[in-house]
Design a protein around this ligand. Structure first.
Ligand code: BTN
Length: 279
């Protein structure tokens, strides 16, 4: 997917950036999207979320977007590392200037997970699900992850950074990841062309653009029906990371919390952390 680098930008992309991204700005413009402008395409960065955060602190406008081919310090939720083979994924972070009280950030993250789901659904013509809070699953394996971070100034969120990693072309996985990871290519329509990162990324930005401002202003009521429809955990037994007893997932409330019916009949509302399938 990567062009051999010549030292000079060629075909509209900087050296070390895949030529499939040459049409990205055009794909974004076709969708009338307010995100993806200005667009920074980078061969290698520490973390696109870090670049977006720094840019936001320096006054970068709504829509500023960083896309990279590889990250030396890619981050996931809960301090995990996000690994991606160069050129095989979408690694993107967007600066959003939306009025959002800090307490609403988790619901924004849910909306971004849904947006990633929708973009993957379009690329694969399948029905991916969202595993609370915002992993995208295909056949029970993770195809995309979302990391939403607030840039806080005083008691206000001055910018929201939405970072998304989507496994696109990867077919070979480390042994440890193999049971839990999948990619768009592994689910792409058999007769179709290989997945096109520019189209997928433009669809992702358009989907985020469509929902996130509304969710920031009014909460997740507007997307709640879709959260329910694509909830990978509903009706399944889950447990958290700690010593708390597990139970059966019963959906997501309007604060974005996961509802878990415990064996003693009580209803737990989980607002943070990780949940796993199983007893
Ligand atoms: C998760 O599933 O835990 C979230 C993963 C988010 C990864 C993306 S890749 C682009 C952006 N830059 C980062 O360092 N992280 C996010």
């Amino acid at each position: 997917m990567l062009r051999p680098g010549s030292g000079k930008p060629q075909g509209g992309v900087p050296r070390g950036v895949g030529s499939d991204y040459a049409s990205l700005a055009e794909r974004i413009a076709e969708r009338g999207c307010s995100l993806g402008k200005p667009l920074h395409l980078e061969a290698e960065v520490t973390s696109t979320n870090d670049l977006a955060k720094d840019a936001a602190r320096s006054g970068a406008p709504h829509g500023t977007t960083f896309v990279a081919e590889t990250q030396s310090a890619g981050r996931g939720r809960q301090g995990r590392t996000w690994l991606a083979t160069r050129g095989e994924s979408i690694l993107v972070s967007v600066v959003l200037r939306v009025a959002c009280p800090p307490r609403r950030l988790p619901t924004l993250a849910l909306a971004c997970g849904l947006a990633a789901r929708d973009a993957v659904a379009k690329a694969t013509r399948t029905t991916p699900m969202v595993k609370w809070p915002n992993d995208v699953w295909l056949d029970g394996k993770k195809v995309a992850g979302v990391l939403v971070e607030g840039v806080i100034q005083g008691d206000k969120v001055s910018a929201v950074i939405v970072g998304v990693g989507i496994n696109v072309h990867t077919r070979v996985w480390d042994e440890a990841i193999l049971p839990i990871a999948t990619s768009v290519a592994m689910h792409a329509h058999a007769e179709g062309a290989p997945p096109d990162r520019a189209t997928l990324l433009a669809d992702l930005l358009a989907a985020i653009d469509h929902d996130v401002g509304l969710v920031a202003a009014r909460g997740i009521g507007l997307v709640h029906a879709r959260l329910e429809r694509y909830d990978a955990l509903r009706g399944r037994r889950v447990r958290g990371d700690g010593d708390e007893p597990g139970g059966v997932a019963e959906g997501i409330d309007l604060e974005g919390r996961l509802l878990v019916r415990r064996d003693d009949g009580s209803l737990a509302r989980l607002s943070a952390g990780e949940v796993h399938l199983g007893a």
